[in-house]
Design a protein around this ligand. Structure first.
Ligand SMILES: Nc1ncnc2c1ncn2[C@@H]1O[C@H](COP(=O)(O)OP(=O)(O)OP(=O)(O)O)[C@@H](O)[C@H]1O
Length: 447
């Protein structure tokens, strides 16, 4: 491929608003457009460096560092590939959606790759005063699904324990969708009676019943052009499931006391902490409704599946609930939080942090502020505050897991320091810790 072709390609890419780079098969950046230099350049030269060094600060390509590599995938598949990566940017680490497209030469051979990057605005990998935060593999896996489905009109069902952030995730899907400018209307299905359900969802006409002194808009109408989020869908009685199914099948509804069928225009997101499939088996949830709402299920991970996010979540939640800005946790307090099992997930963590913030007078939230009202919160990992000891000969994998559990406890959840001391990347450490957590939960919470 000629230099002329490259310069033509670059002047074409320069005119595009999204940051793009061109790379060769050796991962070397051969060109970057103006938008990329503006958003990711940070005033440093880009051309001639490798993508893995610029975006990840790795010394080897991503796939050799335990990460997915879209360049390699698109070389193998010969088609564009999409991945979600944590990239170093001039603003710090950010979630970036990467699309890698192979470019063929005149003989049909893949010669270059154009990579398009979009910073994900719906989630932060650093402490943030609002929205979703997280950087663990479990969180990134979920975020990847959120971004994939957002731009379709598919019905999404969010399945996860209570307090795992289902409402926040529903909001993120809405914000990443083409309906972003439209309304986001949340409805709690728990405790809905038949009359309430119909009048709330469909609205009513003046005179429809005693007390209906004026026409009232329903939530379906309020969600027009936007997203309707039905929380706790598993709590909806069978009689109301029929009414919801009719709305979804026909795309129309009628106000209580009204004659006209009105068209509905919303994207449906539902959520539940219940096992809907088991409910279908037990015939407490309609099979046809289950298939209607279940086009794209997303599991919201429990906190113990993403326990490495606890320090980041704790810092973010403190920012959100504390009346004194800028306060931090002591290392011991963070270590203690990182080693707890929260059955109420992020909501329980948030409540505990709010309580501690009320108890603390100084600039730092210390361990006693947390434990004073939550001593009985169970530990996930052994409380190995002393030396690392083994009383038996074990296989190396188990030794590594026990050692990591001990080291996390020791370093107070400061994973970047720990990764440095262990001589491995943070990513590799996250992955190894995931195995520790899974091992701990298989053993019923004690390692
Ligand atoms: N990834 C996250 N980052 C920051 N805060 C979060 C995150 N996930 C959840 N939260 C916070 O945790 C709390 C519980 O979240 P949310 O109400 O969305 O959970 P839920 O799964 O819908 O719970 P339920 O099933 O009980 O309705 C909220 O205060 C929310 O802001």
């Amino acid at each position: 491929m000629t230099a002329h072709f490259l310069s033509e390609l670059l002047s074409f890419l320069d005119g595009l608003p999204e940051p793009r780079i061109v790379m060769n098969a050796d991962y070397r950046i051969v060109a970057a457009n103006a938008a990329y230099i503006r958003e990711f350049g940070g005033g440093k030269p880009i051309v001639g460096r490798t993508c893995y060094e610029v975006s990840h600060h790795f010394a080897v390509p991503c796939d050799q560092a335990g990460e997915s590599c879209p360049l390699k995938q698109s070389l193998e598949a010969g088609t564009p590939q999409h991945v979600l990566h944590l990239h170093h940017t001039p603003r710090g680490e950010e979630h970036v959606a990467v699309e890698t497209t192979p470019i063929r030469d005149d003989r049909g051979q893949i010669a270059y790759f154009v990579e398009t990057m979009r910073v994900v605005r719906q989630a932060s990998s650093r402490a943030a005063a609002q929205g979703l935060v997280g950087r663990s593999p479990a969180f990134i896996g979920m975020l990847e699904k959120v971004l994939r489905v957002a731009n379709s009109n598919a019905a999404v069902v969010l399945l996860g324990e209570t307090g795992t952030g289902k409402e926040l995730v529903a909001h993120a899907i809405h914000e990443a969708s083409a309906r972003e400018e439209g309304p986001f209307v949340a409805v709690d299905c728990a405790g809905m009676t038949e009359t309430l359900f119909e009048s709330e969802l469909f609205g009513y006409e003046k005179g429809a019943f005693t007390g209906a002194t004026h026409r009232k808009q329903g939530l379906v109408e309020a969600a027009a052009g936007g997203t309707l989020f039905l929380d706790e869908i598993g709590e909806l009685p069978l009689s109301l499931q029929v009414k919801l199914l009719r709305l979804l099948e026909t795309g129309t509804y009628r106000r209580v006391g009204g004659l006209d069928w009105l068209p509905a225009d919303f994207r449906l997101i539902t959520a539940t902490h219940r096992d809907l499939r088991a409910m279908v088996q037990a015939e407490t949830f309609r099979r046809d409704l289950y298939f209607r709402i279940n086009t794209f299920p997303i599991h919201t991970p429990a906190l113990h599946e993403r326990a490495e996010d606890i320090p980041l979540l704790a810092a973010s939640l403190l920012e959100r609930v504390d009346r004194k800005p800028g306060r931090k946790f002591s290392p011991a307090a963070l270590a203690w939080l990182s080693g707890r099992r929260f059955s109420g997930n992020i909501r329980e963590l948030r409540n505990l942090i709010e309580r501690a913030s009320l108890l603390a007078d100084g600039d730092t939230l210390e361990l006693p502020h947390l434990t004073e009202m939550a001593e009985d919160l169970p530990a996930v990992l052994p409380n190995a505050s002393g030396a690392f000891q083994l009383a038996e000969v074990l296989d190396l994998e188990s030794v590594e897991q026990r050692y990591l559990a001990w080291a996390v406890d020791r370093l107070g959840g400061d994973l970047s320091t720990l990764a440095g001391q262990l001589g491995i990347s943070q990513r590799t450490l996250y992955r190894k810790l995931q195995a520790v957590r899974q091992g701990a939960s298989k053993q019923g919470g004690s390692a």
